[in-house]
Each structure stands twice: as structure tokens, then as C-alpha cells.
Design a protein around this ligand. Structure first.
Ligand SMILES: Nc1nc2c(ncn2[C@@H]2O[C@H](COP(=O)(O)OP(=O)(O)O)[C@@H](O)[C@H]2O)c(=O)[nH]1
Ligand SMILES: [Mg+2]
Length: 344
């Protein structure tokens, strides 16, 4: 630790602020990595990046200036990711991966296996590098087409995250833009009749809708819609506890193994709540992850953490209440942009 701190002061000057020290098992980032695997995260304002002593009389070589810019860019990105709520170890992996693109920097020199991937890019392309890093840790996949029968897409998730609105968007795009024969199913586990929202869209689009109250009705509903190219399944319920809801939904989807289930997680949810939802709903055969309410949130760490930890491929993100326009296919570049704090 003493050796690491001396290295930090040597590199960043006596004013260097030690932010965090800890022992780690393997390579670290944004700090010195001592032979005893000690990680020190330190910060310094730009003037303190000058070597402590002696002050150089000659002009700083260009490559050193470039290195400093890269360091401060990566430090900024790392800090941004933490601000966004990305878990520290996931943030570190992201920055490490992005750093692979800067093998000539002094930081990268500390990670010898990076050195064989030689090419350099300018600082403002760091977000691009971050996007490539995001693509390494999170998955991205569109829906696949079934060999026969309708494509069945079901949306599940906590109450109020935007499942019905998202189905309305997807169904409108399928029916109006792609002219696909489209069908709708609502699974109402409480028989509360709260299907008016989706019924309105079904009438507007001229698409048939089936209301399913019991699991055994599921197969029948899909048979009714077997002439459709795509069928969207909405789920509604009133239980405040996700676990109860999942327990109720499970038998419905056991009847329809062909359904591609997308878990909807709101970007406005706290990491703990989103993680709990992901855990509860993992009892269902989830295939994709949708980020909703991107427009209402300014931090995207919690949903990124869920994407990495669940390994569920990202399908769509929703950006407002407008049907059908406020929906996009999720891409690594877009996630990087959101993590870096770009406007939603
Ligand atoms: N700002 C914003 N609001 C949304 C978005 N998606 C849905 N909503 C709103 O969130 C509320 C709940 O949506 P709803 O689809 O009924 O959620 P559900 O309970 O999961 O079916 C409604 O007021 C929607 O208009 C979105 O992407 N952004
Ligand atoms: Mg709903």
C-alpha cells in the first residue's frame, strides 16, 4: 500500500486525492496496481497531474499530453458510470474494456495483454469505445421468427412500468407500419376487467383481442389467433408483491412455451427494486429485457446492472407515452450514450 501511494503521488503530485484503497484479486483500473494487488483510486485536478518534482523546463511531449487527456476522459467516464448507479465492479470492467482501445496510454501499459490491440482514437470517441465495451458485457437481440405459427411476444413486469403502453406501440407498428396480421391477448389474473386500455387499441387497429382468465384458456386463445403473424400478450394483476404475481403467471406461460417473454423494467426504478423484480420474474422463462421510461430517468446504472447480471438480451427501450413513436430498438451505442449522461 505504501508503495502504491508513493506511485500515485509520484504520478499525480502531492495534492493527489486518495478516493479509495482496497485489496483486489486481479487487475484494477484508474489507480496504481501494486505487486501485492492493491488498488488505489485517486483524483487530481488537471494542474496536479504535473509530475511533483522537478518541474519540467521543456515542453511536455505530445504523447504524454494525449495520455493525460485519455486518463482524465476515462476517469470522467468511470465517475459518470458510478453517478449513474452502475455497480463499481461493472463500471471498472466497462472502462477496462474501453481502455483496450488506448493501448499506448500509460494506464494500458499496466495491463500488458492490452498492448497487442494497437490503435488510438481521440478522446471524444471514448463514448464509442464505451459502446463497444457495453456490447461485450450486455447482450442485444431482436425477436426471432418462428418456423411456423404466429410469433407470440409476452410482456411481464411490475405494475405501472408501461407493459400495456409498450404492447400498444408494438402492435400499432406491426399492424399499421408493417401491415402484419396482429392479435392481442390479455392475461387478467384477477378478473378485474381492466382490459379497456388494450381493448381500445384493438378497436382502433381492427385487431382481435382475447381475454384469458385461466391458464387452460391460453392454448385456446392462441389457436383462435393462429392466422395472425404476430400476437402480443399483455399481463395485468393487482398484487403488490412481484413474487405472488409471478406465481400466478407461471401456469399461463407453461401452456405456451413458444411465447417469447420480455421483462419490462422501468429506468426510474431503484437498483434494489429492479433487481428484486428481475429475480422474482426469473421464475418465468424470460427471453428479453425492455427498458421503459428512459425519458423520465437521468440515471441508467440500475437497468444496466440488471442487463449484465441477468444476461437477458436487450430488445427495446421506451422513451415516452406517445403511441407508437416512443419506442426504439436497443443498441450498445444508445446504452453507452445513456450511461454517459447524454439526453434521453
Ligand atoms: N414517460 C413515460 N411514460 C410511460 C412510458 N411507457 C408507459 N408510460 C406511462 O406509464 C403509465 C403506466 O403505463 P401502463 O402501460 O399502463 O403500465 P402497466 O401497468 O405496466 O401496463 C401510463 O401513464 C403510461 O402512459 C414511457 O416510456 N415513458
Ligand atoms: Mg397494463
Amino acid at each position: 500500500m505504501t508503495e502504491a501511494l508513493a506511485m500515485v503521488r509520484g504520478a499525480m503530485g502531492p495534492q493527489a486525492l486518495i478516493i479509495q484503497t482496497r485489496k483486489i484479486k486481479q487487475g484494477g483500473i484508474l489507480g496504481m496496481l501494486g505487486s501485492e494487488a492493491v488498488e488505489v483510486v485517486a483524483g487530481a485536478d488537471e494542474p496536479n497531474l504535473k509530475p511533483a518534482s522537478p518541474a519540467p523546463q521543456t515542453e511536455t511531449p505530445q504523447h504524454q499530453i494525449a495520455d493525460r487527456q485519455q486518463h482524465s476522459t476515462f476517469k470522467q467516464i468511470y465517475d459518470l458510470l458510478l453517478e449513474q448507479g452502475v455497480l463499481p465492479e461493472l463500471a471498472r470492467s466497462l472502462v477496462e474494456e474501453a481502455l483496450c482501445k488506448y493501448p499506448s496510454s500509460a494506464f494500458a501499459q499496466n495491463f500488458p495483454n492490452f498492448a497487442d490491440r494497437l490503435y488510438s482514437i481521440a478522446g471524444d470517441e471514448a463514448i464509442g469505445a464505451l459502446g463497444k465495451a457495453v456490447a461485450k458485457f450486455a447482450c442485444f437481440e431482436k425477436s426471432s421468427k418462428p418456423a411456423s405459427g404466429p410469433k407470440v411476444i409476452g410482456l411481464v413486469g411490475p405494475t405501472g412500468v408501461g407493459k400495456t403502453t409498450t404492447i400498444a406501440k408494438l402492435a400499432t407498428i406491426a399492424a399499421m407500419r408493417h401491415k402484419l396480421p396482429t392479435g392481442l391477448i390479455t392475461i387478467d389474473t384477477y378478473r378485474i376487467g381492466a382490459i379497456d386500455q388494450l381493448r381500445t387499441y384493438s378497436e382502433m387497429l381492427g385487431t382481435p383481442i382475447e381475454v384469458v382468465n385461466r391458464p387452460e384458456q391460453m392454448k385456446h386463445a392462441i389457436e383462435h389467433l393462429s392466422d395472425r403473424a404476430v400476437v402480443f400478450v399483455d399481463t395485468i394483476g393487482r398484487s403488490p408483491k412481484d413474487r405472488d404475481r409471478v406465481g400466478e403467471l407461471k401456469p399461463f406461460f407453461q401452456q405456451t412455451p413458444e411465447a417469447e417473454l420480455h421483462l419490462v423494467v422501468s429506468c426510474t426504478s431503484k437498483y434494489g427494486d429492479a433487481a428484486l423484480a428481475a429475480k422474482s420474474f426469473s421464475a418465468l422463462p424470460l427471453k428479453r429485457l425492455i427498458f421503459s421510461k428512459v425519458d423520465e430517468s437521468s440515471s441508467f446504472g440500475s437497468v444496466y446492472n440488471i442487463a449484465v447480471n441477468t444476461r437477458l438480451p436487450l430488445s427495446y427501450l421506451t422513451t415516452g407515452q406517445e403511441v407508437p413513436d416512443d419506442i426504439e430498438v436497443t443498441t450498445p451505442a444508445r446504452v453507452a450514450q445513456l450511461l454517459a449522461g447524454a439526453a434521453a
